[in-house]
Design a binder for this molecule. Sequence first.
Ligand code: A2P
Length: 282
Amino acid sequence: MSVQKTIKLNSGYTIPTIGLGTWLIPSSAAPSVVYKALEAGYRHFDTAIYYQNERAVGEGIAKWLSEDSGRQRSDVFYTSKLWTFDTYARAKKEIEAALGEIDDTLGYIDLLLLHSPMGGPTARREAWRALQEAVESGKVKSIGISSWGKHHIDNLYEWDGFKIEPAVNQIEVHPWCMRQELTDYCKSKGIQIEAYSPLAHGEKLRDPTVVSIAKKYKVSSAQVLIRWNLQKGNIPLPKSSNIDRLRSNLEVYDFELTPDEVEKISHPEVHEPTDWECTGMP
Ligand code: A2P
């Protein structure tokens, strides 16, 4: 099963199939981590207002872009997320804030997500109205959702102001938190799955099945878990601030798990998110 390095979203834009998660990378370190990640081959960065490092991530990208006239802004994919969007006005303000953080470095946001389904149906729809307007303004290219369950998605699609489909749903996905029903549902609607915490926060790297498959291919457990997500058709967003681990996490395009190995690694019988769980919220 070959895995492409980039794929096309339902918005028409191209996204690299691995992104660097930047949660908990402090602003002081982020420019250098992001710059080194670009040197290592990363072209996709995932941040959020909540992470408080958007400006620093943008600075790392801008420094790398400025060093070679052959590098273009469109070579790099930058995602952020709105945190507070209880009213339309608040969502508008948050969008302006997210844009303000990268206005002088990146100029536009490739993908802007609602960080969670919190706030209820009216808040979600009003925030979506604001996001749709941001796309119309040209400052945001694609919009999406994060940690949304099926009923949140259905509720948005039923709204008469609904014009732009979410390009992605970013949720925690790994072999111990597969969310098969939800991922299938999103795929049936053309919504791409982005998988955060694809390494289960590093908690499952000693799993005996993963370790033995890693040995077979002479790769690390982390590489096996990242490859598992890629072969599921998802976009994994592994986090690391260590340059060696970060580099090896990207070296997953030249080995392939057999269907039998994918199944052996999978644990559809358990549901063990390592982070918050809000797909069931009202
Ligand atoms: P570090 O930043 O020190 O590399 P997830 O992406 O599932 O949330 O997991 C992130 C955690 O996994 C972090 O603690 C990160 O630590 C660790 N990690 C990332 N890549 C690797 C790797 N290749 N090997 C071991 N641990 C890793």
